[in-house]
Design a protein around this ligand. Sequence first.
Ligand SMILES: [Zn+2]
Ligand SMILES: [Zn+2]
Length: 161
Amino acid sequence: MTEVMRCYRHPKRETRVSCSTCGRPICTECMRATDVGIKCPDDAKLPRSARTGVMKPDQILKSFLAGLLVALVGIPIVYMLFGLPFQWLLSAAVGFGAGTFINRAGGRNGGPLAIAISVVATSIPFLVWLAPDVFMGTVSVFGGASVAFAVLAAGLANRRS
Ligand SMILES: [Zn+2]
Ligand SMILES: [Zn+2]
């Protein structure tokens, strides 16, 4: 027989999860997955070591700027890319490079925000290139695959190792 726990922040919600630091029960919405286990929002804020993936404001700013640069510089690169053979392979390489660049700009922190910035920044030049095709409804399989590869690679580059 197990005792039903209720989230300390949402007394109406039942949960089976509790904070690894203070032991208070927390619902899935409140829980924060950290490198050292599941924590309540209060404890997730505390130790530096448990905060990988959470960027400081200047890291966020740098990530955004890096993303902007990737989006701008990426446009001529993508146009050039599609004139070359093995464009999907090159797209993946370019996407990985872009993701790595944004990751480093953000202090190699990785995390969801860095991934989001990388994915968006990388997809922009491709979307600009694809826009006429999208408009005409003639997006090629290679075009679509190239975008997918690039975006996936950009996200993977930000994976926390
Ligand atoms: Zn706690
Ligand atoms: Zn809750």
